[in-house]
Design a protein around this ligand. Structure first.
Ligand SMILES: NC(=O)c1ccc[n+]([C@@H]2O[C@H](COP(=O)([O-])OP(=O)(O)OC[C@H]3O[C@@H](n4cnc5c(N)ncnc54)[C@H](OP(=O)(O)O)[C@@H]3O)[C@@H](O)[C@H]2O)c1
Length: 310
């Protein structure tokens, strides 16, 4: 992608289709972005009457993507079952798309082919599988496979890292739900972290004292943190470990390890925005996240990134 040094780069105007978990994060991130613009939010007719946070006060909220003015691309944040129809709708209005359906293997290829046929018919680019997995994690797997071509890759999914539910804390009056984990402090002593979701109006200090006084928690430093939602915390705490080892007998012993804890909606939204930066340089047709030049994911900052990391 050639950059004209004398011209201010034109911001890329994007519509967000579907205001669920991923769509909300995409829209919030677009409000903060310097090179991408939130051109509009597309919602189902039934959802249009729902008020959005004040930050979106000036953003057009519409029921069809064709109503968003001067749009350079659409981020499809609708449920997977709706993605193909929504993609069709955008592409036939000559609007490039970015989507992130959670599909792998043959199912991913069939989906990509279906979008490719539409994108070719309407002469528009489309980016598929631009999320966390598929998406960012696919790039890591791809790199690991390059580093140890004959090796095996092992994937371990960890739900909430070492967080576990604690019946004791849940019995304390005013606690709706609780999760607990043990950590080693910097000085080597064991600490317990207890995350509690409280009933309305309950005194958090009283709950913390009651938990710390229980014989189960005596003798170890116990820190109690009130949280809005234990379910959300479990989601945020999702983790994965990828490990690839070179095949026995190949040159030397090579081992690559990737460990991550993440919120997959947040990471998916970040990858969708990054993919959207690559849209202006793409030919019509469907492109997977792996097809995109890595520096294009940074848009106009691509050349700085190359200088910093190559
Ligand atoms: N690759 C990855 O790792 C990854 C991870 C997470 C999610 N994803 C993908 O991201 C997309 C969005 O996921 P999400 O978790 O944000 O979903 P979500 O919270 O369920 O939100 C989807 C939104 O789509 C809109 N919608 C349109 N048609 C709908 C229908 N028939 N039923 C329900 N909602 C409908 C709704 O917004 P309005 O009310 O505003 O119309 C809804 O809030 C999905 O395609 C999912 O596969 C990918």
């Amino acid at each position: 992608m050639k950059v004209n040094a004398h011209k201010e780069p034109k911001p890329i105007r994007l519509g967000v289709v579907g205001f669920g978990k991923v769509g909300t994060i995409c829209a919030e991130a677009l409000l903060e972005s310097k090179d991408l613009v939130l051109a509009g939010i597309v919602r189902r007719l039934d959802s249009l009457a729902q008020a959005l946070p004040d930050a979106f006060g000036k953003i057009p909220i519409v029921s069809h993507v064709a109503q968003v003015h001067h749009v350079d691309g659409a981020l499809l944040c609708v449920p997977m079952a709706q993605v193909l129809d929504t993609a069709h709708d955008c592409l036939q209005h000559s609007i490039p798309i970015v989507e992130s359906s959670v599909l792998h293997g043959d199912a991913f290829h069939a989906h990509r082919d279906a979008i490719h046929r539409l994108a070719i018919r309407y002469d528009v680019p489309a980016i598929v599988g631009a999320g966390w997995d598929p998406g960012a994690l696919s790039v890591v797997r791809f790199l690991f496979a390059l580093l140890a071509p004959e090796g095996d890759i092992e994937t371990k999914h960890r739900v909430a890292g070492s967080l576990h539910h604690t019946a004791m804390a849940r019995q304390v009056i005013g606690v709706k739900e609780a999760l607990c984990t043990e950590l080693l402090a910097a000085n080597g002593t064991r600490q317990r972290y207890v995350y509690v979701e409280l009933e309305k109006g309950v005194d958090a200090d009283r709950v913390a004292q009651a938990i710390r006084a229980d014989p189960l928690f005596l003798g170890e430093e116990t820190l109690v943190f009130p949280v809005d939602s234990v379910t959300a915390l479990e989601q945020e705490g999702r983790g994965v470990v990828l490990e690839r080892r070179s095949a026995p007998g190949s040159s030397g012993h090579q081992r690559f390890l990737f460990e991550a804890r993440f919120d997959d909606s947040l990471q998916t939204a970040h990858m969708m925005l990054a993919a959207a930066r690559a849209l202006p340089g793409l030919e019509p047709g469907a492109h997977s996240f792996l097809d995109l030049p890595l520096s294009a994911l940074w848009g106009e900052q691509g050349h700085n990134v190359e200088r910093a990391w190559l």
